[in-house]
Design a protein around this ligand. Sequence first.
Ligand code: UD1
Length: 418
Amino acid sequence: MKILKINGGRKLNGTVKIGGAKNSAVAILPASILCDEEVNILNVPNISDIDALKSILKHLNADVKTISENSLNINLKNIENKEITEEMSKKLRASYYFMGALLGKYKKAVVSFPGGCIIGSRPIDLHLKGFESLGAKVEYKDNIITITAKELIGNNIYLDVASVGATINIMFAAVKAKGVTIIDNAAKEPEIVNVAMFLNSMGAKITGAGTCTIKIKGVDYLKSCTHEVIPDRIEAATYIMIGSVLSDNLIVENIISEHIEALTQKLLEMGVDLKIDEDKVYVTNKNKLKATKIRTVVYPGFPTDMQQIMSTLMTQAEGKSEIEETIFENRFQNLYELQKMGAKVNVIGNKGYIIGPTRLSSANVNATDLRAGAGLVFAALIAEGETTINNTDYILRGYENLIEKLRKLGAKIQLIQI
Ligand code: UD1
């Protein structure tokens, strides 16, 4: 296990460059197997979820080469359809994308149930119902899902919930199906648009990505392309919130400001001093912060993935803040860890309350999931003294070069293998 030790209370200033979006890259790598030639993928974040996906691609006999620090070349000419075992699947949630991609390419996928952060029950029924609507048969044995189809035929699919994973997975299965598939009540997250653009660059015919109706006209062949992963809006949000408390002058660059508007509007409301350009944000801690309310909803609403980081910011705001979590049922575990650092918190049902401002103190805390961990890193950077964060692997799954980036801004942070 790796732990983080952070000595907080220091000012963090300078420039931080945001990496490629985890949730986009973790779909694009599995999508590459739909290609009949080779692809170049740029701006791939250096995170452990990507390492896990590269191993799965290599297991399928894809030739994966690093062409520069954040660029991959993946040659698919010799790939084979093999089972994605439990050992591979459990490493990350996004292993579920191999279901749609293998089904789309070979009309057969054998994949173990996905792993990922334990933030709720996280069913995949909508993914499987979508595959069935295209003509596939889904069978379960032990923890293994076998999905087969004689042929995949386009259909109209309505998602009961606008699920990011189901929207992308159904696109993968439909991209080489016969005829036209329409996904209604599709999720609209920017990562979905980025993935659809990747598929279209290979020759797919997808329209409407980013709206609630996506239309996919099946094609037979997908050719080579070069595609760039969009900047990670959750990583950007994390540094902007850190800067809101700890910086006299922080520049968060390589962002798409439109993608983080739900956050920046909230921060302005709270009194944070922000200057927002199209591709960068300047953050200064000048004013007293005011308590606020957020409600997590699908894009373009306030993202559930920013909620746990926001709760740390709320400990520094004057008054009673409220978070309503509507996407996942188990996403307040971080509040109990924050309590160990002195935060005044309360959880009632799907609402979390935080009373601030509080002087946070160092403690020994656990990262219960990826974004909970990021919220604790933020709290540890604020707190006086040395905080230890356990279960750091969760955090490293999603934050590129976290230690290096924070050190460059002036943080005292060490990663220790124990
Ligand atoms: C993705 C993101 C995750 C983010 C989440 C919501 C990836 C790898 N992960 O997760 O970071 O927090 O979107 O923005 O991109 N649901 C069902 N049945 C299904 C699928 C989902 O009921 O078959 C429900 C879920 O329980 C949840 C809601 O739909 O309540 C949204 O989940 P979904 O958008 O699918 O999240 P993930 O794809 O797991």
